[in-house]
Design a protein around this ligand. Structure first.
Ligand SMILES: [Zn+2]
Length: 253
């Protein structure tokens, strides 16, 4: 009996995000939820995804999900799991460390699949067939866990989700459903990749009236872009950022 799932060496996690290395570990309590849909917030547990913006090879990144326990805490952070559900899942994970770790690995793989699918659509391309197959099979597995039952409000039927309290992957079910709901809705055309100052790459659903929102957050990325432009104007007399310097900008807000 070992508890090494809590002490996985970083090297095992390095391949989780397309060969990037983990530069820092994020605090889930401080993770901003800016995607506008659960599935996009799940993708935005990596900071940053600059390669989505620049097309350059990925650099190091900040990872918010290091193990199954983090996944459970994220479920609490996005209000999917109550405190009682989190406790039950953490206890189940302690009893079944191998299963918890493999659930975590599937979650991260699914997160990266979603990132590829949505960023392909956001850039006007088509998602890879293998990625769509992965989304489809995750959806079929998830729906097999639901029960079709009489709706509690009004007539008709509704899906009911009553996972056993030790169903480790229950935190992923709403994420999977959220992804397929968005992918099959017209508003998927409003999914965008935040450019930041070449360093963000978070996905968000643009729900603005005119559909011209550019940044994941006006307070962070938007204001940084404006400051850059202001700096460029006042220091070089040019109207636009030259784009060639990165002085003092570490991608954090
Ligand atoms: Zn951003």
């Amino acid at each position: 009996m070992t508890h090494d799932h809590e002490q996985r060496p970083l090297s095992e996690l390095q391949s989780h995000v397309a060969g990037k290395y983990i530069e820092a570990i994020g605090d889930i309590e401080e993770l901003e939820l800016l995607g506008g849909r659960l599935c996009l917030d799940f993708v935005n547990t990596v900071e940053s995804r600059s390669d989505l913006v620049t097309g350059e090879p990925p650099k190091g990144y900040k990872e918010y999900l290091m193990n199954y326990e983090d996944l459970v805490h994220w479920g609490g952070h996005v209000q999917l799991l109550s405190a009682e559900q989190q406790t039950a899942l953490l206890q189940a994970a302690a009893r079944m460390p191998e299963a918890a770790h493999s659930c975590f690995e599937r979650a991260i793989a699914f997160r990266e699949t979603l990132c590829r699918v949505f960023s392909a659509i956001a850039s006007g391309g088509a998602p890879a067939a293998a990625d769509l197959e992965a989304v489809q099979s995750a959806y079929m597995e998830t729906m097999a866990q639901g029960q079709l039952a009489a709706a509690t409000d009004g007539a008709g039927l509704a899906w009911r989700w009553q996972p056993p309290e030790d169903a480790l992957d229950q935190v992923l079910w709403p994420v999977v459903r959220s992804a397929v709901e968005l992918l099959t809705a017209p508003e998927v055309a409003r999914v965008k990749v935040c450019p930041g100052v070449g360093d963000c790459g978070w996905l968000f659903l643009d729900t603005s009236k005119n559909g011209r929102r550019r940044w994941c957050s006006m307070e962070s990325c938007g204001s940084r872009v404006k400051m850059r432009r202001y700096y460029a104007r006042t220091h070089t007399g040019q109207a636009e950022d030259s784009g060639g310097e990165h002085g003092g900008d570490d991608g954090k807000d």
